[in-house]
Design a protein around this ligand. Structure first.
Ligand code: C2O
Ligand code: CU
Ligand code: CU
Length: 476
């Protein structure tokens, strides 16, 4: 009996060490300069609209020197440039498909008409092109773009099709925040990849989702970044197919979170960790005044259910060194981060016209697998809705809704943390958890062209964990 108990304790200790202590990529030398995606060039059209051209193409990238890997990129060989526009501006985005397969281009987090959303319904065939044309009506924030190809999103994003889309507005321009692109306002697209020994991607779906053991930031393996020793802003996108990150610094320093997916928080939130599931974004302010080099890490912190699942072979998260930041002498003084960043108009629970249930099952939502031919939900224009998202599975699903930014009302009845009390378009729904979100459908009725809602683990999405909704104007 005692021997058995000891053996069990030993086994537990080993599992604990493997899951929570061991750094999966320990000992990495961070010797590659972080690639900063360029800002996308544009021309100004006759009506003042900003015109962007996106060439979706195949390419080759040496993630490891001398070892080329076939990839895909937008206007380049891996990932794409950062699109930037201001609230009130009209953008015209002309997307050319130079791939040998169908693709689409979706503007994740963006409030746009359904026919401009770049879902599977706006397919671009090989050699073809498609134009999205819309006016930016939402507040400043960090959005992104990626294909939404029917059944093919996971592979295309994995190959490199993704980029950032920054929205500026009067508030973001007025706020005294670091905003010099690539200097003190740094984009970080975090992705995990698995490599073959010849330097090519090894894309395998084992547990219904793909996990890699190598972390890329903006497509850079083992990146280092020189910054001035002052406050630096990071805009982080979890652009991974499936992996969740709990980001923080190796020295346990406190930093400030200033924005969620869809805009600024009301006030900066002091924290040591930020959790990002696939599709989620956060903006952080980190002070490097001490001049010490420090590693950005992803820590293993999972709930009990997920930890148990991990024991049975399901990968959940991991313990990684992500990048090294090396402060250099500063040429200007640090920004005083304002206490008030935003004034979020909270949506009152009592004002909701409709409550919908979203039961997350194994690759299904409400028991149904995605069909392009079926409209799952009809929403009345102008309505405020509460969606009750219940995760009946043994693992996290990040739930994403197109068209809107929503607010989290509660997680299992508890109000969201200050870090999540801002506009969101993707929400981490843990195993066994119920999350209530609230949103308003103010614009863009179209009874024929649907928007999507889905799990943002891309392999789950491709395998049917997605549904379609239309917004209808009853007065017409
Ligand atoms: Cu980021 Cu429907 O997707
Ligand atoms: Cu989206
Ligand atoms: Cu999922």
């Amino acid at each position: 009996m005692i021997a058995l108990a000891l053996l069990l304790a030993l086994a537990c200790a080993i599992f604990y060490w493997i899951l929570f202590v061991r750094v999966s990529n320990a000992g990495l030398a961070f010797e590659n300069d972080l690639i900063i995606p360029p800002e996308m060039e544009f021309t100004v059209g006759p009506d003042g609209e900003k015109r962007f051209t996106l060439y979706v193409q195949e390419g080759e990238r040496e993630f490891y020197p001398g070892l080329g890997a076939p990839t895909m990129g937008v206007n380049g060989n891996y990932l794409g440039p950062t699109i930037r526009a201001k609230r009130g501006e009209r953008v015209v985005l002309n997307v050319h498909n130079y791939l040998n397969e169908d693709t689409t281009m979706h503007w994740h987090g963006m409030h746009v008409p359904a026919e401009m959303d770049g879902t599977p319904h706006q397919k671009i065939t090989p050699g073809g092109d498609w134009t999205a044309d819309y006016t930016i009506t939402q507040e400043a924030g960090t959005m992104w773009y990626h294909p939404h190809t029917h059944g093919g999103t996971a592979t295309q994003v994995h190959q490199g099709l993704a980029g950032l889309f920054y929205i500026d507005d009067a508030n973001s321009e007025r706020l005294e925040l670091p905003n010099e692109y690539g200097v003190d306002d740094i984009p970080l697209v975090v992705q995990d990849r698995l490599f073959n020994t010849d330097g090519t991607f090894n894309y395998q779906i084992r547990t219904g989702a793909h996990y890699g053991d190598t972390i890329l930031v903006n497509g850079t393996v083992a990146p280092r970044l020189a910054v001035e020793s002052r406050k630096i802003r990071f805009r982080i996108l979890n652009g991974s197919n499936a992996r969740i990150y709990w980001l923080g610094f190796e020295d346990g320093r406190t930093f400030q979170q200033i924005a969620t997916d869809g805009g600024f928080l009301d006030s900066p939130v002091d924290t040591k960790r930020v959790r990002l599931a696939p599709g989620e974004r956060a903006e952080l302010i980190v002070d490097f005044a001490d001049g010490e080099a420090v590693k950005l890490k992803s820590f293993p912190e999972a709930g009990l259910l997920e930890t148990t699942a991990a024991w049975f072979g399901q990968t959940t998260n991991g313990h990684f060194d992500v990048m090294e930041i090396r402060p250099q002498p500063a040429t200007r003084v640090s920004h005083e981060i304002p206490d008030t960043l935003n004034r979020i108009q909270r949506l009152d629970r009592d004002r909701a016209n409709v409550t919908r249930n979203m039961f997350l099952g194994g690759m299904v939502i409400n028991g149904r697998s995605m069909s392009m031919m079926r409209i799952d939900e009809r929403i009345r224009l102008g309505d405020t809705e509460i969606w009750r998202i219940r995760n009946n599975t043994g693992r996290t699903h990040p739930f994403h809704v197109h068209l809107v930014q929503f607010l989290i009302l509660d997680r299992d009845g508890r109000p969201p943390s200050a870090q999540e009390a801002g506009w969101k378009d993707t929400v981490h729904v843990a195993a066994g958890e119920t999350v209530n979100i609230i949103m308003q459908f103010t614009q863009y009725a179209n009874r024929h062209v649907p928007y999507m809602y889905h799990c943002h683990i891309l392999e789950h999405e491709d395998n049917g964990m997605m549904g379609q909704f239309v917004v209808v104007d009853d007065s017409k």
